[in-house]
Design a protein around this ligand. Structure first.
Ligand code: F6R
Length: 606
C-alpha cells in the first residue's frame, strides 16, 4: 500500500525523502511525489507516475525543492487513476498532505467543501484533507488538524505540512500504520521502519487516534482530544532494518535462498531443548477446551493455513476451517469461547485480517497471531503472538514469509496434539526430527536452480497454465499458481486434481501446460489417472514427485524429483521448486519481479 515519509531536521529534506522513498519502493506503487517547504515558506512539489528515481531527476537532485522539512509518498491507487493529478502530496493554500488508507466519508465532505468554494483538482479521497485543514485553520496548525481529523471516518495515516510552521510536521494515525523516528536534531514520520532505516533505529509506534507534532528538536504526541500522551521509544535491531540485496539480482531470489536459515531460526525458537515451546498465558487451558480452530488470512498466508490444516486436523483431531479474511468478516461464523482463531499475516497490517480478528474477539474467541513484523497491529490485537523469524521480507511476492508461517503452524499443530494427549512421545519426536531436516531438504531443492531455470526458459506457455494436486499437494498447487501469476502475469489455475473433470478440463487443449504435484505416495494412483486424463486431451504435463517414486515419470512429459519427506510437511520443501520456477519464468519475461504491477506488499485497505 502507499508509503509515507516525513522529515524535519538539519539536512536537505529532499535527499532524505528520496532515499526513504527508495526504501519504500518494495511496498508496490504506481506514482510518487514529495513536497518541501523553502526558506520563503513556499511549498514546492514534484510528482511522477514513474519510479522514485525519476523524482530525483525531475527535481534536479533536489535543487528545485530546497528546504529542511518535507513529506514524500508512494501511491497505490484506490480512488482515482494512477496519474499526476492524483499523486500525493495534495495541496491547499497553506497545507500539503500525504495519506495512506481510505477516507470513507470523503464524498459527503467533498460536497460541503465544493459548496464552500473549494475547487478540487484530483479524483482522490485524500484531497478533502488539505481543504478541510484550510477551512478549520483559525488558531494553530495543531488545532486545525484535531478539528479536521474529528470529521474523518475510515482508515488513515496522514503526514501534513503547514506553510505557517515551516519546521513542523504533524502525523496522525487511525487504523493505518504509522511510526515516528527519533534522530539527532532531526525527526521522522513514516509508514514503516524501513523508510527511516538509514537514519535511526529509535522509533515509536503511534496508536489509533494519536497525533504527533514533529519538530527537529523533539516530538510531542497528543490524543485526539488534545491531551499529551507518553510514548515508549523502542530501539529496533539493525537486522530488522536491513534491506540489502546482498548481491542477488532481486529481493525475491535472495528471500527464496534465505529460507533454510529463516526456517531454522523460526523452528529453533519454538523447539527449546528439543521440545515444543509455545508460551503464552492461558493458552494451555484454552487448548484443552477448544472444539474448533479457525485460521483467518489472505493470499499466501491463507495458503499457508490451507497447507497446515492437514497437520492440525490429523494430529490434534480438532476441526479446522481455513477462511479468507475478507469473506469471514462479512459472514456469520460460528464462534464461541471454545473457538481458537489463528490470524496469519506476514505484515501484521492486512486490513481484512484485522477486521476478521475484531469479529472473532467480539464473539469471544481466544486469538493467536502468527506474524512476522514485530509490534504490528495484528500482533498487538491477539491474546498470544507467535512470531515467524523470517527477517524483513521486501519482495512483494512472499516466499520466506510463507514457509516460516507454515513452520510455526506445523509446530503449533504438534504442540496442540501433545497438550491434548493425541500423540505418542515417540511419534512426536519422529515428527520433530522430520521438521529439523526441512532446511537441508530446502537446500537440496535450491541446488536444482539451474535445472529449474532451464525448465522455465524452455517451457512454452500458451494462454494459461494449470497446477493440479491432491491433499497437501493441492495446497502446494494453490500457492504455486499464485506465485506464478502474480510475478509473471501468466494466467494460471490451481485445481484439486479430482475436480478438474467437473468442468475445468474443457480448458485443456493441445499444448496446455499442466504442472502435476505428485508428492503424496498414498494418492499416486489417483494422480496417475488425472495426469492421463489431461494428457489424453493434449496437455503437456510437467510433474514433480518424491525421489524414488518412479511411476509418475513414465506417464509425464517431464519429471522432476524432489526430496522425500512426510506428507504433512511437504509443502514446506516442495513449494521452493515452484517459487524458483515462477521467479525464472518472470525473469525470462523481464517482469518487475520485486514490485509486480498493481500489487502492494502490505494491504492496509479493504
Ligand atoms: C502473495 C502475497 C500476498 C500476501 C497477502 C497477505 O505473494 O504476498 O498474497 O500473502 O496479501 O499479506 P500478509 O501476510 O501481510 O497479511
Amino acid at each position: 500500500m502507499c508509503g509515507i515519509i516525513g522529515y524535519t531536521g538539519k539536512n536537505k529534506a529532499s535527499t532524505v525523502l528520496f532515499d526513504s522513498l527508495l526504501n519504500l519502493e518494495y511496498r508496490g506503487y504506481d506514482s510518487a511525489g514529495v513536497a518541501v517547504i523553502d526558506d520563503n515558506k513556499n511549498i514546492n512539489t514534484v510528482k511522477t507516475v514513474n519510479r522514485v528515481q525519476s523524482l530525483i531527476q525531475l527535481s534536479e537532485n533536489g535543487e528545485k525543492i530546497q528546504g529542511k522539512t518535507g513529506i514524500g509518498h508512494t501511491r497505490w491507487a484506490t480512488h482515482g487513476s494512477p496519474d499526476i493529478k492524483n499523486a500525493h502530496p495534495h495541496l491547499s493554500e497553506k497545507f500539503a498532505v500525504v495519506h495512506n488508507g481510505i477516507i470513507e466519508n470523503y464524498s459527503l465532505i467533498k460536497k460541503e467543501l465544493i459548496k464552500d468554494g473549494f475547487v478540487f483538482k484530483s479524483e482522490t479521497d485524500t484531497e478533502v484533507v488539505p481543504f478541510l485543514l484550510e477551512k478549520n485553520y483559525k488558531v494553530s496548525f495543531l488545532e486545525s488538524v484535531i478539528k479536521t481529523v474529528q470529521k474523518l471516518s475510515g482508515s488513515f495515516a496522514l503526514v501534513i505540512l503547514c506553510k505557517d510552521e515551516p519546521d513542523t510536521l504533524i502525523a496522525v494515525k487511525k487504523f493505518s500504520p504509522l511510526i515516528i523516528g527519533f534522530g539527532e536534531n532531526e525527526n521522522f514520520a513514516a509508514s514503516d521502519i524501513t523508510a527511516v532505516s538509514n537514519y535511526t533505529q529509535k522509533i515509536a509506534y503511534l496508536d489509533d487516534g494519536e497525533i504527533a507534532v514533529i519538530k527537529p528538536d523533539g516530538i510531542k504526541v497528543y490524543s485526539i482530544e488534545g491531551k499529551l500522551v507518553c510514548k515508549e521509544i523502542k530501539t529496533v535491531s539493525r537486522e530488522s532494518l536491513s534491506i540489502d540485496k546482498n548481491g542477488y539480482e532481486h529481493f525475491m531470489l535472495k528471500e527464496i535462498y534465505e529460507q533454510p536459515q529463516a526456517f531454522t531460526k523460526t523452528a529453533e525458537h519454538y523447539l527449546k531443548k528439543g521440545d515444543l515451546s509455545f508460551e503464552a498465558s492461558g493458552l494451555d487451558e484454552v487448548i484443552r477446551k477448544i472444539e474448533k480452530i479457525h485460521i483467518v488470512a489472505c493470499g499466501s498466508a491463507y495458503h499457508a493455513g490451507l497447507a497446515a490444516k492437514f497437520a492440525f486436523e490429523e494430529l490434534s483431531g480438532i476441526e479446522v476451517n481455513v477462511e479468507i479474511a475478507s469473506e469471514y468478516r462479512y459472514s456469520f461464523p460460528f464462534i464461541s469461547d471454545k473457538t481458537l482463531v489463528i490470524a496469519v499475516s506476514q505484515s501484521g497490517e492486512t486490513a481484512d485480517t484485522i477486521a476478521a480478528l475484531k469479529l472473532a474477539k467480539e464473539k469471544g474467541a481466544y486469538t493467536v497471531a502468527v506474524v512476522n513484523v514485530k509490534n504490528s497491529t495484528i500482533s498487538r490485537m491477539c491474546d498470544s503472538v507467535f512470531y515467524t523469524l523470517a527477517g524483513s521480507e521486501i519482495a512483494v511476492a512472499t516466499t520466506k514469509g510463507y514457509t516460516t508461517q507454515l513452520c510455526v503452524l506445523s509446530l503449533f499443530a504438534l504442540y496442540i496434539a501433545r497438550k491434548r494427549n493425541r500423540i505418542e512421545t515417540q511419534q512426536l519426536h519422529k515428527f520433530i526430527e522430520e521438521i529439523k531436516y526441512v532446511p537441508l531438504k530446502m537446500t537440496e531443492v535450491l541446488y536444482m536452480a539451474e535445472d529449474i531455470k532451464n525448465l522455465a526458459y524452455k517451457t512454452v506457455i500458451n494462454s494459461s497454465v494449470f497446477f493440479i494436486g491432491r491433499n497437501t499437494d493441492y495446497a502446494i498447487s494453490q500457492e504455486a499458481s499464485l506465485k506464478l501469476k502474480e510475478i509473471s502475469y501468466i494466467h494460471s489455475e490451481s485445481y484439486a486434481a479430482g475436480e478438474l473433470k467437473h468442468g475445468t478440463i474443457s480448458l485443456i487443449e493441445e499444448g496446455t501446460t499442466v504442472f502435476a504435484v505428485c508428492c503424496n505416495k498414498d494418492l499416486e494412483d489417483k494422480m496417475i489417472s488425472n495426469i492421463k486424463e489431461v494428457r489424453a486431451r493434449g496437455a503437456f504435463v510437467i510433474s514433480v514427485a518424491q525421489v524414488g517414486d518412479k511411476n509418475i515419470g513414465g506417464i509425464s512429459d517431464k519429471i522432476f524429483y524432489l526430496p522425500r519427506t512426510n506428507r504433512l510437511f511437504s509443502p514446506l520443501i516442495h513449494i521452493v521448486f515452484f517459487q524458483l520456477l515462477s521467479y525464472y519464468i518472470a525473469l525470462k519475461k523481464d517482469c518487475d519481479i520485486d514490485k509486480p504491477r498493481n500489487l502492494a506488499k502490505s494491504v492496509t485497505v479493504e
